[in-house]
Design a protein around this ligand. Structure first.
Ligand SMILES: [Zn+2]
Length: 248
């Protein structure tokens, strides 16, 4: 007949279990720390939460979080832009309460394409870099067999209210804070020039590319309005960092 374990034995087993769990946690934490911070870590950039956003790194489940981290501070945004853009940091713009751009930049190149823009916000530039790198260029390679060489736009900052089909709204446009960019088309490395106003309804690869480019923009901006949205957008994509996820 087996004897019941004594209270002392039970207590000892409990201490042993807790001590083992504690040591395992310490080992796991130490391993996780080493995985992220060791100089020779095998963890790729895009999976390493300790490393900031790298625009050219493949997209992982952490990329959205890394982008939000980069957008959360002016310095982190400029640091992320440093790797992917030729740009000039400008003094903040403050025209009136509704029209201001604190982290203002002028762009000449972005994500290895020509994008000449006299002023936008760092945040809009960074979102656009992610879109070009992970949306526009993969679609151009797949559907057109070439690369985009230049993004053609009609501006970012504009101190104005929202335009609607029925006239001006009382609300201020996201352009008033340079939280939006209007893209009119793309010049390709093989010399072709695609414009929304002419090529959006194309039933061949040019139209397919423009539709893929817009679809991918929805991942990097909160709002993307194009020719299907209304006649005001027949000639451009309105790409906006703010909003409730309208993508049409
Ligand atoms: Zn716009």
């Amino acid at each position: 007949m087996s004897r019941e374990p004594s209270r002392f034995t039970i207590a000892l087993r409990q201490v042993h279990r807790r001590l083992t769990a504690f040591i395992m946690s310490v080992v796991a934490l130490f391993g996780a720390y080493q995985l992220h911070y060791h100089p020779q870590t095998p963890l790729p950039q895009e999976w390493n939460a300790a490393l900031p956003l790298d625009v050219s790194a493949p997209v992982s489940a952490l990329t959205g979080w890394k982008l939000r981290q980069a957008l959360a501070s002016p310095d982190a945004c400029l640091a992320a832009l440093d790797q992917t853009a030729r740009y000039e940091a400008l003094t903040p713009r403050n025209d009136r309460e509704e029209c201001n751009v604190p982290n203002r930049v002028a762009l000449s190149d972005l994500a290895n394409v020509s994008l000449s823009l006299d002023e936008t916000s760092c945040a809009t530039a960074l979102r656009t870099a992610m879109w070009i790198e992970h949306g526009v260029q993969p679609a151009a390679r797949e559907l057109l067999g070439t690369q985009v060489a230049r993004v053609v736009h009609i501006g970012s900052y504009n101190c104005r209210r929202i335009r609607t089909s029925s006239g001006n709204s009382t609300r201020w446009s996201s352009h008033a804070t340079a939280d939006a960019l209007d893209v009119a088309g793309f010049d390709l490395a093989d010399g072709r020039r695609l414009r929304l106003i002419r090529d959006w309804s194309d039933t061949d690869s040019a139209g397919a590319f423009l539709r893929a480019a817009q679809a991918s923009s929805c991942k990097w901006y909160r709002t993307s309005l194009g020719p299907e949205y209304n006649a005001l957008h027949a000639d451009h994509f309105h790409l906006q960092a703010t909003g409730w996820g309208t993508c049409r």
